[in-house]
Design a protein around this ligand. Sequence first.
Ligand SMILES: [Zn+2]
Length: 160
Amino acid sequence: MFDVVHSCGHAITHDLSGRWADQRAGYARWLAARACTDCWRAEQQADTASRAEWLAAKRAEEQAAAAAWTDQFDMPPLEGPETILDWGERTRHQLVTSAYTALVTEGTWDEADWAQLEEQIRLVTRAGWWIDQRDAGGADLPELLDAASDRDRPTENPFR
Ligand SMILES: [Zn+2]
């Protein structure tokens, strides 16, 4: 039996009889450099909790940005199952923003070209379509919109 004072300050008695005699001292030193099992577990849980919290905060931030953008550019609400609408909105915002950067800011498009594309963007209101394109690059958006079907444009008339 070895009394080990762990790095967290807890003294725990460990049964090292399962180890070779000449390895026990080394193993006890290795244990002493670490937190005890309870503290280690608590730390892991705190990490998981803070990561989940961070993700939730990041998602809320993205959602707020998407909502502000939707208002600013007069984008129509998306359609589809309630559970995926937010996700669809975030994806649309991110893809359209990166398309603008690729085509206008860093590309050769002028605002008139973009305005035309924006009309096409407004017609595709199926949330699932946008989610399906979540890994696409912004520069591919015109081609993707051309490939969209009538199913992806449930409303004949633009929102405005
Ligand atoms: Zn401890």
